[in-house]
Design a protein around this ligand. Structure first.
Ligand SMILES: [Zn+2]
Length: 160
């Protein structure tokens, strides 16, 4: 199984696109047996989404901010370090709005006292299909589609 790890940049909303990505090394499938790497993963692979400010390490010391809600469906409190704290940031584009490079999004009351952030996983999702971006070289494209097909997942081709 191969896991993909995508880092989100703070310049994006918690649920939008990510700027850069890196791969986590494939887990060893067995001991003492040679297994060819499967760079595109399998039907059991997952995508891990990380953010450098996903974890509030001093959450237990925070007051519950106005408008706090747990989006996890688990009834977390703010002091449990719920991912819902990610929407409580200082506005920079007027009342209740934060501006990013490609738009604005609504934010809730900032945290108090000041939060201490750390890198963390904020979502794990199964990989249900692969999309290969069309390459102008047919040989390269065929290789990419072949490798993607080794995953056993549905493979789609898209124009960039
Ligand atoms: Zn929660």
């Amino acid at each position: 199984m191969v896991s993909r790890t995508c880092w989100t940049g703070w310049a994006r909303t918690p649920t939008r696109r990510w700027r850069t990505s890196s791969r986590k090394p494939a887990a060893k499938a067995s001991v003492g047996r040679s297994v060819a790497p499967r760079p595109w993963g399998t039907a059991q692979s997952c995508l891990y989404l990380l953010h450098p400010r996903a974890v509030v390490t001093n959450a237990s010391t925070l007051a519950t901010p106005d408008g706090f809600a747990c989006p996890c469906g688990k009834g977390h409190t703010a002091q449990e370090g719920c991912i819902g704290l990610g929407w409580h940031v200082q506005p920079n584009a007027g009342d209740g709005q934060r501006r990013l490079a490609d738009g604005t999004y609504p934010v809730k009351a900032p945290l108090s006292p000041a939060p201490d952030y750390a890198l963390g996983v904020f979502m794990v999702v199964p990989i249900t299909a692969l999309t290969v971006i069309q390459h102008p070289d047919p040989t390269i494209q065929a290789d990419r589609e072949k490798r993607a097909g080794q995953s056993g997942l549905p493979v789609f081709v898209a124009q960039e």
